[in-house]
Design a protein around this ligand. Structure first.
Ligand code: ASP
Length: 364
């Protein structure tokens, strides 16, 4: 259930207008939890702390030349506990505060950050301002933390405008981590020990942070033509079915026959290939017949699904299985939740699933 009263932002920094008369940017930081703001409990386990404590540990925030407000979710969480209701709440918070800020930074655990960023990219239709997810591999209180660098650069990116046109530089949901800015629905967590935890799959990074932040303007989404629309429905009656050699009929059948199932991300091999065993095709045919939307996503990290390239995927098109192109599993499962939540007809749902909604796929 979403709360009826939303948490409110608190201003923590008001910058003087620049001497050249340029307005200073206003950025809202939304703190959800994650390692970035964790500390050790008595048992030696990492647990989330309140944002107030991070602020004390990052006094350098006061040096930023921007207006900064923060807002914490009612309870800071490890992102392994994230559920779709959290995405709806984040979308609503951004919607409610949209007019008052130039950009948003979401402090989030790395474990499910790619899912959350992808979900937000769908929920925030016609987004015209930056929503930058970031976090850390090492908690802010530790000497070798990456939290300071990640947060400060994410804030700079959230405040960035094009130097010539003066327009918003990143009108997207994106993940900033270590030195890369990545489209949110192209991000994948690939590391749990090194600082470069995220990688951009099948799409160039939107920016690279060195001494300066070098933006890749040509790769950004275009500014929207209409006002922001915040969606408030996701359908969680979905599964991810990952194929492996030896998967049995019982496993496939059990998953696809889950009561009320509406959608399935089918993680296939290579360019979208799967077994041709009659029982397997029959399970898919029956699921499709029950109205389950099947989205074919490759287990490969690069490349794309091309149904019909091999005999082992040729039958998929006849079965009504939708090719996921070069989408990530994270972007696919959240896209299924979002599109099913729109409650359109089966044909329209299938059309939207094969469509590029927010830059999550490159159609060829
Ligand atoms: N378990 C943590 C989380 O995702 C890991 C992190 O923040 O890096 O919340």
């Amino acid at each position: 259930m979403l709360p009826t009263t939303l948490p409110q932002p608190t201003s923590i920094l008001s910058a003087e207008a620049a001497s050249d008369g340029r307005a200073v940017a206003s950025v809202l930081v939304i703190y959800t939890g994650g390692t970035v703001g964790m500390e050790y409990n008595k048992r030696g386990e990492l647990v989330p702390m309140k944002f107030e404590q991070i602020r004390k540990k990052m006094p350098e925030l006061r040096q930023l030349r921007m207006n900064l407000s923060v807002l914490s979710l009612p309870e800071a969480i490890d992102s392994s506990n994230v559920v779709p209701a959290d995405w709806l709440l984040l979308a609503r918070l951004i919607g409610e505060n949209y007019a008052h800020y130039d950009g948003f930074v979401v402090l989030h655990g790395t474990d499910t950050m790619a899912y959350s960023a992808a979900a937000l990219s769908y929920l925030l239709e016609n987004l015209g301002k930056p929503v930058i997810f970031t976090g850390a591999q090492v908690p802010v209180g530790r000497i070798r933390t990456d939290a300071r660098r990640n947060l400060i650069t994410a804030l700079d990116i959230a405040a960035a405008r094009h130097p010539v046109a003066g327009t918003v530089r990143v009108p997207e949901v994106a993940v900033f981590f270590n030195d890369l800015l990545i489209r949110g629905n192209r991000a994948k967590k690939v590391e749990s020990e090194q600082y470069d935890a995220f990688r951009s799959e099948n799409y160039p990074p939107l920016a690279r942070a060195g001494i300066e932040v070098a933006f890749n303007d040509k790769q950004m989404l275009l500014l929207p033509g209409g006002p922001l629309r915040v969606h408030q429905r996701l359908d969680d009656r979905v599964v991810i079915l990952k194929l492996f050699p030896g998967i049995t009929e019982r496993v496939v059948r059990t998953m696809l026959e889950i009561d009320d199932l509406r959608g399935c991300v089918l993680e296939t091999y290579g360019s979208g290939n799967a077994p041709t065993a009659p029982w397997f095709l029959q399970c898919l045919r029956e699921a499709h017949g029950r109205g389950v939307q099947l989205l074919n996503v490759s287990q490969c990290e690069e490349g794309r699904v091309i149904q019909g390239q091999y005999e082992t995927s040729a039958h998929f098109r006849d079965l009504g299985i939708i090719g996921g192109d070069d989408i990530t599993t994270e972007a696919a499962i959240t896209k299924l939740m979002f599109v099913l939540g729109l409650k359109r007809s089966p044909a329209e749902t299938a059309r939207l699933l094969s469509h590029d909604l927010r830059g999550e796929i490159t159609l060829v």
